[in-house]
Design a protein around this ligand. Structure first.
Ligand code: FEO
Ligand code: CA
Ligand code: CA
Length: 734
């Protein structure tokens, strides 16, 4: 969840804790570098060489990640207009069916969802706020398959819940309690609506639906078994009353984006977990004001005395409530939950085909506000590489490179989580530095590359420290502060890496987060009478590497999001029109079947004109556009110029709006059947701007979707998965 303007929950979803004073590339640019020469030929020539290399290595891939079966070279649908209607709009010739919504029962015995706030047993129901999701085929006999397209499992994240004043009001009959202490029965439900679900779906007679009684159906919640893997396993920083040796944890939380591993498991990013914890105003004094733990807690968004999102810590003396109080209130770390927050913030992995195995927390991939994790095509004998964003204002982009080298037979191994341990528990984490000449560097974060924290009160002593306090390590090496890195996706046509930068209200002309080449825009946008400043609408940056494990890259800005009517010299730099203008790109996935790049929005800036949307794109490559020079006038009258590189201007042939969602909803979670003929999309938090006081009055709901689409009982809005198919059964997007 994110937005450019304030919406419910923003306090906990738009974190801004990076006060580090990193050098910006403007400041350390080698003055001898001839910018003009780089622009004239350097980038293009280098990129062409890299593309050749990437394509060659891409030949040696596994069956699980083979190239697109049906690459599409022309978008064949009529663009969907911008819309404020409370419905899902898709192009003519397509249909969208709701198949799985908040509260839907996941066992034969769970009662039907009444949707009036009286439902319980959410550990046997779909969770809330459907977010990232991935497809896993089942064959006709119910065995794992890489190709079967009429039956499969969808694994998805249930990121958060629509809330106001502590309470997840749509799941409580009267809206729930809005003061502390919270009522235990309400918290018990809220603990269960977060996490993950795995649900079996199938197509029968051209209609998609989920199977309530499938033995594969699973819920992972805030209370599920989790095992710590990687360098942080056993660290003193993970010791809690629950896990005296720092090897286990409970649950996963605020899961946002996803990834599908080359060995066929589900990976999920824990994003805005910090907001669920609270420590009282005296906690810094207890710990010692200069204690390293205080430095880390502040850097990760939990200052002493700040309230938690839901007040779960207040609901009673049971351990399941007390664990959300991360104050140092006991005799030592084994007697309280001072370290509980350190057990969140990871990429977690589950085997969607095996619900008996615990959640694996892959700490080698770092601890941050993880969005998603996107794997490069694995090549035999080469490391496994994954790209990740830390979604908060002025945070960083990361890459993980495994120690182990890819063996294609691992794509079909029976013990998938053991393969996950082989590739994801040992490796090296890198953070991105963008230079303003169109090049960049991946900087290693490990004890091999001595890290001296900027704050003298924090010292790195092990790779476990780097894994747990990754942001502090990235600060120390001068990583580039980005405009909220969200999803990463790898273009199957050429291996280039795309990363959405959704928006940044803290980007300014000068100062700590000064406009730079990779984050060049600072402007004002009006929404009615309300002004937003910074990079209001976001952009998508892309990287070209010689091979996925390379330490260097070339970059440009593939797409600059904007309102179509905005100034083309400073804001609408990609020449967007009414057929393809967008704000706040978030989800980004390349179709394995067709190579279409699907872009989803989670916006609060352009929502006076249109609800959030899904667009289809056919991108080119790094260097296909040119230089843009932006000009800013400072208060003292002086000018600041920011030069950047923007990909070729968009047209309806390269970018088109495919779907617009209902009111108050984010569009997220993209996956498809392997044949590319069924696409699944999540509609997250329809009606999220509804007031808690109106919970009993459907006429006052911002949205009544999906009830108004004929799905389910009750009119309270529900996050839901939709299946999209072409009426003629053809490839989606063709
Ligand atoms: Fe959960 Fe960064 O979106
Ligand atoms: Ca506007
Ligand atoms: Ca997101």
């Amino acid at each position: 969840m994110s937005s450019a303007t304030t919406r419910p929950g923003d306090t906990f979803n738009n974190e801004d804790s990076n006060t580090s004073n990193n050098p910006h590339f403007d400041a350390i640019l080698d003055a001898r570098l001839s910018r003009r020469n780089m622009l004239r030929g350097g980038v293009g020539a280098a990129t062409a060489a890299m593309l050749g290399a990437a394509t060659l290595t891409g030949c040696a891939t596994s069956g699980a990640m083979s190239g697109p079966m049906h690459p599409i070279t022309a978008l064949g649908f009529t663009p969907v207009p911008k819309s404020l209607a409370d419905t899902v709009l898709v192009p003519p010739g397509y249909k969208a069916e709701v198949i799985y919504a908040l509260g839907d029962p996941l066992s034969a015995t769970a009662p039907a969802f009444k949707n009036d706030g009286t439902d319980v047993d959410f550990d046997q129901r779909a969770g809330d706020h459907h977010d990232g999701m991935e497809w896993f085929s089942l064959d006709a006999s119910g065995r794992p398959s890489a190709t079967y397209s009429a039956r499969g499992l969808i694994a998805m994240n249930h990121e958060a819940t629509t809330d106001e004043k502590l309470s997840s009001f749509f799941i409580h009959a009267d809206g729930g309690g809005s003061t502390l202490p919270r009522r235990a029965a309400e918290v018990d439900k809220e603990l269960m609506i977060h996490g993950l679900s795995v649900v079996e779906v199938e197509s029968r007679g051209g209609k998609w639906g989920y199977k309530q009684d499938s033995a594969f159906n699973r819920r992972v919640t805030t209370m599920s078994d989790a095992v710590i893997h990687g360098p942080a396993r056993g660290s003193a920083h993970l010791v809690t009353k629950f896990s005296q040796d720092g090897t286990r944890a409970r649950g996963t939380l605020n899961n946002c984006g996803t990834g599908k591993t080359p060995w066929g498991t589900y990976a999920s990013g824990e994003e805005n977990w910090f907001g669920y914890f609270s420590r009282d105003a005296r906690d810094n004094d207890r710990r010692g004001r200069n204690d390293s733990s205080v430095v880390a807690l502040n850097r990760y968004g939990r200052v002493a005395g700040a309230p938690s999102r839901h007040g779960w810590e207040s609901a009673g003396s049971d351990d399941k409530y007390l664990r959300w109080n991360n104050g140092a209130i006991g005799a030592n770390a084994r007697a309280d939950y001072r370290n509980e927050m350190n057990t969140f913030g990871y990429i977690v992995e589950i085997d969607p085909y095996d619900k008996t195995q615990a959640v694996h927390k892959r700490t080698a991939l770092g601890r941050m506000g993880h969005e998603n994790v996107s794997f490069a095509k694995p090549a035999a004998g080469q490391p496994v590489v994954a790209y990740m964003g830390d979604d908060a204002r002025n945070e960083y982009i990361y890459k993980f490179v495994s120690d182990a080298q890819w063996e294609p037979s691992d794509a079909n191994a029976a013990n998938r989580l053991a393969v996950g341990s082989k590739y994801l528990d040992k490796g090296t984490l890198f953070v991105a530095k963008f230079r303003d000449n169109g090049s960049g560097e991946w900087v290693e974060l490990s004890m091999k590359n001595p890290i001296v924290a900027a704050n003298p009160d924090f010292t790195f002593t092990s790779d476990a420290d780097v894994a747990i306090f990754t942001r502090l390590a990235a600060d120390a090496v001068g990583a580039t502060k980005m405009d909220r890195p969200e999803w990463a996706g790898v273009n199957p046509r050429n291996g280039e890496v795309y990363i959405t930068l959704t928006n940044n209200s803290n980007r300014t002309v000068d100062g700590e987060a000064a406009a730079d080449a990779a984050n060049p825009r600072v402007y004002q946008d009006m929404k009615g009478s309300r002004a937003s400043n910074g990079n209001v609408n976001g952009h998508i940056i892309r990287l070209a590497e010689a091979t996925p494990a390379s330490a260097a890259f070339k970059w440009d800005i593939y797409l600059v999001a904007s309102e179509a009517g905005a100034d083309k010299s400073q804001v609408n730099l990609s020449n967007l029109t009414d057929a393809n203008d967008l704000s706040s790109p978030d989800g980004l996935v390349f179709s394995p079947a067709t190579s279409i790049c699907w872009i989803q929005t989670d916006d609060g800036a352009y929502t006076d004109v249109t609800n959030c949307m899904l667009l289809a794109a056919l991108p080119g490559q790094v260097g296909d556009g040119g230089r843009k020079s932006l000009s800013y006038k400072r208060a003292d009258g002086s000018e600041k110029r920011v030069d950047t590189f923007v990909g070729k201007p968009q047209t309806e042939a390269t970018l088109k709006r495919f779907l617009v969602g209902p009111k108050g909803a984010e569009i997220t979670g993209w996956c498809e059947s392997p044949d590319g003929r069924a696409m699944f999309v999540n509609i997250q938090h329809p009606g999220e701007n509804t007031k808690m006081a109106d919970v009993r009055d459907p006429a006052k709901y911002e949205s009544q979707w999906p009830a108004n689409a004929g799905y389910g009982t009750g009119r309270r809005p529900r996050s839901a998965t939709i299946a999209i198919t072409k009426l003629d059964g053809g490839l989606i997007g063709s």
